[in-house]
Write a protein that binds this ligand. Structure first.
Ligand code: FMN
Length: 263
């Protein structure tokens, strides 16, 4: 049975999970959300549909929220979400997906979380590179298990859904959505910038242009942190909080993968 997998990624974690899952499932098409989210009308016609994306502020990345609200399903009878995250709090993401689907008279069949290395430099952790590699190794085993349950259309949501009720996590996430486009005003670039334009290339929403060789942010930011994590000179900072903080992107992910996300 064919599966369509929609993914969004800032630093490759969700992309690698999507790639691994696609391999496990076989007959599967990967579609980057960054490539289709701006269309007025988006529809999908496979029986199985999955969404793979990072947890942002206890909930959905804004781009994923806006995309899901637009998506129309035809012939789909099994819908799942896989959320990558660096901590262990579920937050509101699955409830948010369920809410959007209910508006379309659909429900979420299954939801999964996968622990991945942290790319959120504003809240750095102290995991070593070895620990991150171990986490990535374990994520591959997680995906094998998850794919088995997706193959047999297992129902697994474990969502405590209360109509109309907004919890602390959802409120926090909605506040993040409200301010996220403009949050890029806190990025700045240091003298060490060599005008390589990688920041411009990896930005999934084309929010960066180089002006006189220096990045400028255009206030439609998703705060995925691709720009700051992929900068080879570590010249991009977010306020002063990221100075001296170790950058991260998934070791199997390349700049080209990020460019392909929007092409
Ligand atoms: C803006 C932002 C907010 C984040 N918020 C959370 C969070 O609330 N909980 C969590 O466990 N991880 C959080 N993270 C970490 C990411 O979810 C995690 O590292 C994810 O695997 C990154 O996936 P990606 O490489 O596909 O973008 C956040 C990351 C970013 C950039």
């Amino acid at each position: 049975m064919k599966t369509t997998l929609f993914y969004f990624t800032g630093t490759g974690n969700s992309l690698q999970i999507a790639n691994n899952l696609c391999e496990e499932l076989g007959d599967c098409e990967l579609i980057p959300i960054a490539k289709v989210f701006h269309k007025d009308f988006i529809s999908v016609s496979t029986e199985k549909v999955g969404f793979i994306f990072p947890l942002h502020y206890y909930g959905l990345p804004k781009i994923v929220h806006d995309f899901l609200a637009k998506l129309e399903f035809n012939n789909t009878n099994y819908i799942f979400a896989i959320i990558t995250r660096s901590g262990d709090i579920d937050g509101a993401a699955l409830v948010q997906v369920e809410k959007i689907l209910r508006n379309k008279s659909r429900t979420l069949s299954a939801g999964f979380f996968i622990l991945m290395p942290n790319n959120f430099l504003l809240l750095p952790d102290d995991r070593s590179e070895e620990e991150n590699n171990e986490i990535i190794k374990n994520s591959k085993m997680d995906i094998k298990k998850i794919s088995e349950s997706i193959k047999i259309n297992q129902i697994n949501t474990k969502i405590e859904f209360k109509e109309g009720k907004i919890n602390f996590f959802e409120r926090t996430n909605l506040k993040f959505h409200k301010n996220v486009y403009e949050s890029d005003k806190y990025f700045f670039v240091e003298e060490t910038c060599n005008s390589c334009a990688i920041c411009e290339s990896v930005c999934p929403v084309d929010n960066i242009i180089l002006v006189e060789g220096r990045p400028q942010w255009l206030h439609k930011c998703q705060q995925c942190l691709a720009c700051i994590n992929f900068c080879p000179k570590e010249s991009i900072q977010y306020r002063k909080e990221t100075i001296g903080v170790k950058r991260y992107y998934h070791p199997e992910t390349t700049v080209k993968d990020l460019i392909n996300q929007k092409k």
